[in-house]
Design a protein around this ligand. Structure first.
Ligand SMILES: [Zn+2]
Length: 188
């Protein structure tokens, strides 16, 4: 999946100007995205979380934002305490989930160019011109209520597990949309 397409899929819908769909400018609305996310045969559907994430992120569905805000901390808690055998409190689980959701749903801006994609009139070196970035570690440490040292030593690694889950939903949703739209010519 191209970085350009990734960058253009936002809560306001999607504009594709790449070549995979035959070139030209294609505009896809929020409701087109919502419809496409819900399509598919029973054996080829999106996972429930990826579906909710897609509607929350690209279709501005706040109901699913709230659902994921409830669901993810519980997943984090179970994953670390039961699967990884690491003691993580409810508060810490909420903090870790918040970091991953803020970066995913919030479309966190690159800290170098602040999302403008340019820095000193050149393509931003911090994000290679995508405008997207990750939250700074100091800020992540605050959200899980740890010192920067403790965060770097123990918690950053744990937060990555949660970030990877959320990034997985995003990739799943984008590949799903891409496959569907590649199957037929999207009307302009
Ligand atoms: Zn940048």
């Amino acid at each position: 999946m191209s970085a350009a397409l990734l960058a253009k899929l936002t809560a306001k819908g999607l504009i594709i100007d790449g070549t995979p769909m035959g070139g030209g400018l294609v505009e896809i609305s929020q409701s087109d995205v919502a419809g496409s996310l819900g399509n598919g045969d029973s054996d080829r559907r999106l996972s429930t979380e990826a579906y909710k994430y897609g509607l929350a992120k690209w279709c501005g569905d706040t109901t699913y934002v709230r659902e994921l805000q409830h669901w993810l901390p519980a997943w984090v808690w179970g994953e670390f305490n039961n699967v990884h055998g690491k003691k993580v409190s409810v508060q810490e689980s909420v903090g870790m989930a918040t970091i991953a959701l803020l970066q995913g749903l919030g479309g966190y801006n690159c800290p170098t160019c602040l999302g403008s994609c340019e820095y000193r009139y050149k393509v931003c070196p911090g994000c290679n011109g995508t405008g997207k970035g990750a939250m700074r570690k100091t800020q992540k440490a605050i959200l899980v209520n740890k010192s920067p040292q403790a965060y770097g030593k123990t918690w950053d690694q744990r937060v990555r597990v949660v970030e990877a889950l959320v990034q997985g939903w995003e990739q799943e949703g984008i590949s799903y949309l891409y496959r569907q739209w590649a199957d037929f010519e999207v009307a302009v």
